[in-house]
Write a protein of this length. Structure first.
Length: 246
């Protein structure tokens, strides 16, 4: 985006401000608190500075509404700035304990949160790149959101900076609002994932390959299964994947 608007930096700032205003409005509408902007990223929290009931559900609702709002924004606004382009955003959500308060230097303090959960949410946002997904949540978040969303277990992932795997999930949509063909792909993906975890890489590869055209995570797993058939994982492997990048 910056390259496309390098001749008109004021237009870049206008587009970014409109995008950040849109995303922030969705966060605020679901009782979230916009902690800061990090370049083109929005860091938002639920549970500080005030307690928020159903924080996980509201965070996931926010994620879905942000994606829906961005689709309209791309259709109605972005073309004015980038005729052949569109904006995309990835979202990571994690549940856990964090320290909240004023942090910074002796000269300047900002209210913010810090802790392992904050780092994890950032890693999950970036991990979407590996799978071609948009919204990734931690297992604790998945357990807390209830049955109002269609989730699929995506992986047992060792994110950069960690040593132990965590189970991560993709948010596919709201219950009752996901198309039947997507639900069928989810069911087939879960069958293939079970075979993958049981080290039946040939069986898993067959299913993942059949899904790969329409489902980016299946394409990723098909490549992994092909690699494992040639070079199997160690005996103590339990289905985890080590992510090398942020």
């Amino acid at each position: 985006m910056s390259e496309g608007l390098r001749e008109t930096p004021e237009r870049l700032i206008e587009l970014m401000n409109r995008y950040l205003t849109l995303m922030s409005g969705v966060v605020n509408g679901h009782d979230g608190y916009v902690d800061k902007y990090i370049g083109d990223a929005v860091m938002a929290i639920w549970g500080a500075p005030v307690v928020v009931e159903d924080a996980e559900r509201k965070a996931v609702e926010t994620a879905l509404d942000c994606q829906a709002a961005l689709e309209i924004f791309n259709r109605d606004v972005v073309g004015e700035f980038l005729p052949n382009g569109k904006l995309g955003t990835r979202i990571g959500i994690a549940t856990g304990f964090a320290v909240a308060g004023n942090m910074g230097s002796a000269q300047r303090l900002n209210y913010t949160v810090t802790g392992d959960m904050v780092n994890l949410s950032a890693r999950l946002e970036g991990a979407n790149k590996e799978y071609g997904t948009s919204i990734m949540i931690s297992e604790q978040t998945a357990l807390a959101v209830g049955d109002g969303f269609v989730l699929r277990r995506l992986d047992r992932l060792v994110v950069k900076g960690k040593t132990l795997p965590i189970t991560v999930f993709e948010v596919m949509g709201r219950t009752g609002a996901v198309a039947d063909d997507v639900l069928a792909r989810r069911e087939a993906f879960e069958r293939a994932l079970a075979l993958h975890d049981a080290r039946d890489f040939a069986g898993a590869l067959k299913i993942f390959t059949s899904l790969a055209t329409a489902d980016p995570p299946s394409k990723v797993y098909a490549g992994r299964c092909e690699a494992y058939l040639t070079n199997p994982p160690p005996a103590d492997w339990q289905g985890e994947f080590v992510l090398k990048t942020k």
